[in-house]
Design a protein around this ligand. Structure first.
Ligand code: NAI
Length: 779
């Protein structure tokens, strides 16, 4: 090419980043990598190759971890746990700080290796992935420093299993390892089979940071290795990022094992452009939303919703920009898009796009041979088209138009996912009105794909649960320090040989949608006092009654929009009305349980006051993220919460679950104490006289196992809590995998409802989701 030609075309020449250092590191390990267990690399076993997707070259051989390998790694982590967890936070902070420093020191090697193993442009690994990794360790060094004073009474969980995907290999490692170590846990991490190399390099340098042996272990392998790891009984917590399908499998595989679980899964995130948006900025944003990392991003803005009036103009600008995107050698600093992570992934994308009924626009940019796919736009789809609903996980954008903000919200939320959303408008009122209405864990206003260690990241619905980043992310690696007492089941008092039956039989109904309702099956059972007196009958609800109750709870979701002040007033009113009938409830409790009821009534009234107090005080936060602008952490209600109330403390237990649920704006379906249900049915009258809107609290009596199953498998129940004595935890967690509802189960452990164990921040966190709203501002 002559100089004149270069000036005419203004084409970029290649500017490759050197891979010499990375090749030298790989050469050092040409015998193949073993696993990193107890501070040392094992001999290689069952080797498989990891390749550079951009040119197919074999980079290294790594080991396929067996069940026995996993067991060895978990044992090493368990041995290291007592000492590491007892290490003072500030000392752990030093190690995390050293890790951050070492990541920075080796940042070039990490970036090049990541790009070679994954195919992402060096520009991204160098400027985004690796700096965010370092930031994550710095930030969590700070959390470790402060955690003992800021989160008293909390303790680490034990051995944490981390299973991570291939799209951000080292960053996902940092997201799991940094909070786990900061909180005093030990870790066994399994990187994705396509991209294990940066994790192995990290293992190597972690020794320099003074990380004690066994605190971090890395076992490589595929899904089978991952499955063996999450199922291992020595694991106390599983943190997973990957596909929704595997997330559901992990939910099922760990059901009833008492393991803490966080899942960061797929998405189909909307990218909403209003007609008053700065369209050029919105186009640039879209490049970052869907062509960043070749679209292999869980929160990729993969669903464009553009307001009708500007749609043609926007699409024209977008196509022009797509045509100019440069695909090529990921190590070339001038390219915009690199290679797809693996031929299997390329095949999936090709199949999905080729099978689409929409109009397909493929960018007119040269596509190199190999694992590359051009930027693609698909229009003309309907809301139910598979590509509008399913995650493609590639550089493919689908687009639809809308007319009004309300329609934008409806389209945006028409998905089973709920990871992220972007809103583009110059109208701050509109942006801030949209943010709370979007079903997503993260909302970016006039921005996209912003991440920071201080800001929580994670989804709602089938995008999973739990947050990563910030104090809220750390919380997922801790539990309240409490002695573990086994819960003793309580049996209902039996019918005596010569029953004392009062003249008038009273059958308590169910309470659904603000009305007392006869159970669908028409069955009831007798409730006896310890002395053999018939106290009444209680309705036996079934699956149909649960369906009705959930429907009523859904219809009442406007409660979530009531102000905290308003909700507080109603909780105070409940307390007042219960207090007015205190003696009656105390007598009822005595009749039911044979024990004096005064103290329980008194504590219940106090608890209602406590939840009234919290209703307008569980504040969010403005996160100090490193940009001009703020990231707001908003507490939102989870939605419809089902709850199986404790058998013991029949009134206090019910109110202890109802209180936080409704204080935070949720609606609920409560299954009262099985042996002593009549305190709950008496409580209807208090609900009826206290201005609680119909459907906010629904109560269904009956057999806990049957009702729990109906709630756990119901797709419109967002969370299910179980404190019943019946052994329901395993079933609930397994059944909940369908819609990935949030579960909170007792695993057969007791809680003293009279004390602080029956209230507090743990309940607040369970009754809310954190939504992070990023609002950059300024010129
Ligand atoms: P995947 O979900 O199968 O793999 C993620 C990780 O889980 C890997 O380390 C894998 O070895 C492990 N794994 C697989 N099966 C497992 C099991 N039964 N138990 C425990 N661990 C298991 O994701 P994959 O196959 O790499 O990609 C498939 C699709 O998943 C993509 O096309 C994309 O749609 C989605 N995906 C979403 C990600 C996200 O960040 N949300 C990341 C990666 C993939």
């Amino acid at each position: 090419m002559t100089i004149k030609e270069i000036f005419d075309s203004m084409a970029y020449g290649p500017a490759p980043e050197s891979n010499a250092e990375a090749l030298a590191w790989l050469a050092k390990h040409k015998a193949g990598f073993g696993h990193f267990i107890n501070g040392a690399f094992t001999a290689p076993e069952a080797p498989f190759e990891t390749r550079n997707p951009a040119n197919g070259a074999v980079l290294a051989t790594v080991s396929q971890g067996s069940e026995a390998t996993v067991a060895r790694a978990v044992a090493a982590a368990a041995r290291a746990f007592p000492k590491w967890s007892a290490t003072p936070g500030p000392q752990r902070a030093r190690v995390l700080y050293a890790l951050a420093r070492l990541v920075q020191k080796h940042s070039r090697l990490f970036a090049v290796l990541e790009t070679m193993d994954n195919g992402k442009p060096i520009r991204e690994s160098r400027d985004i992935d690796i700096p965010l990794v370092a930031r994550h360790f710095y930030y969590h060094a700070g959390l470790a420093q402060l955690l003992e004073s800021e989160r008293p009474g909390m303790q680490p969980l034990g051995v944490c299993a981390a299973v991570i995907p291939w799209n951000f290999p080292l960053l996902m490692l940092a997201w799991k390892v940094a909070p786990a170590l900061a909180a005093g846990n030990t870790v066994v991490l399994k990187p994705a089979e396509y991209t294990p190399l940066t994790a192995l390099l990290f293992a190597e340098i972690s020794r320099e940071a003074g990380l004690p042996k066994g605190v971090l272990n890395i076992v490589t392998g595929d899904g089978e290795t991952g499955a063996a790891l999450v199922a291992h009984p020595g694991v106390a917590k599983v943190a997973f990022t990957g596909s929704t399908m595997v997330g559901q499998r992990i939910r099922e595989a760990t059901a009833g094992q008492g393991k803490a679980l966080t899942l960061e899964l797929g998405g189909k995130s909307p990218y909403i452009v209003f007609d008053d948006a700065d369209l050029d900025s919105a186009v640039e944003g879209l490049v970052d939303a869907i062509w960043f990392n070749q679209g292999q991003v869980c929160c990729a803005g993969s669903r464009l919703l553009v307001q009708e009036g500007v749609a043609d103009r926007f699409h024209a600008k977008l196509k022009r920009r797509m045509d100019g995107l440069r695909l090529g050698d990921p190590l070339d600093k001038c390219i915009d898009m690199g290679a797809i992570a693996d031929p299997v992934q390329l095949e999936t994308i090709t199949r999905l796009v080729d099978g689409s009924e929409g109009q397909i626009y493929r960018a007119a940019t040269p596509v190199p041979q190999g694992c590359f796919y051009p930027p693609t736009l698909i229009t003309g789809l309907t809301t139910s088209s598979p590509l509008m609903q399913e995650e493609i996980f590639g550089p493919v954008l689908v687009s639809m138009t809308f007319r009004t903000p309300a329609e934008a919200v409806e389209l945006a939320n028409n998905t089973r996912f709920g990871l992220a959303a972007s809103v583009w408008t110059e109208n701050v009122n509109l942006a801030l009105d949209m943010a709370p209405k979007l079903k997503a864990g993260v909302v970016w206003v006039n921005a996209t794909n912003l991440f920071d260690a201080a800001a929580g990241f994670g989804g709602v619905r089938e995008s999973g649960f739990g947050r990563e980043g910030g104090w809220e992310g750390l919380a997922a690696y801790q539990k309240p320090a409490r002695s573990a007492r086994t819960l003793k089941p309580l049996a209902a008092f039996p019918e005596p040989a010569s029953p004392e039956v009062p003249a008038m039989d009273r059958t308590a109904k169910l309470f659904i949608g603000g009305k007392q309702a006869r159970p669908d099956g028409g069955y009831s059972r007798a409730v006896w006092s310890p002395k053999g007196r018939l106290l009444g009958h209680v309705g036996l609800g079934n699956r149909k009654d649960i369906r009705n109750a959930v429907e009523a709870a859904h219809a009442a979701r406007g409660w979530g929009k009531a102000t905290g002040h308003n909700r507080a007033q109603i909780l105070y009113y409940l307390a007042e009305n219960l207090s007015a009938r205190g003696a009656e409830f105390a007598a009822r409790l005595r009749d039911l349980t044979g024990k004096p009821g005064e103290a329980e009534v008194e504590t219940t009234i106090t608890r209602l006051f406590t939840w009234a107090a919290w209703a307008d005080k569980y504040e969010g936060a403005a996160k100090p993220v490193p940009m001009r602008g703020i990231a707001l952490a908003l507490h939102e209600p989870v939605g419809v919460i089902g709850a199986l109330c404790p058998d013991e403390a029949p009134l206090l237990g019910l109110v202890s679950l109802m209180g936080p649920a409704i204080a935070m704006g949720n609606t609920c379906v409560l299954v009262p104490s099985d042996p002593f249900p009549l305190a709950a049915t008496d409580f209807y009258q208090v609900l009826e006289t206290s201005d609680v809107p119909a459907g906010v609290v629904n109560i269904v009596t009956g057999a806990p196992d049957e009702l729990a199953k109906a709630l756990a498998s119901h797709r419109d129940v967002d969370a299910l809590w179980s404190f019943a004595a019946a052994p329901l935890s395993a079933m609930i967690e397994r059944e909940s995998a369908g819609n990935l509802k949030r579960t909170w189960v007792n695993n057969g452990l007791a809680r003293d409802w009279r004390t602080a164990e029956g209230e507090g921040r743990e309940f607040l966190a369970r009754a809310t989701e954190v939504k992070t709203v990023w609002v950059p501002y300024g010129e």
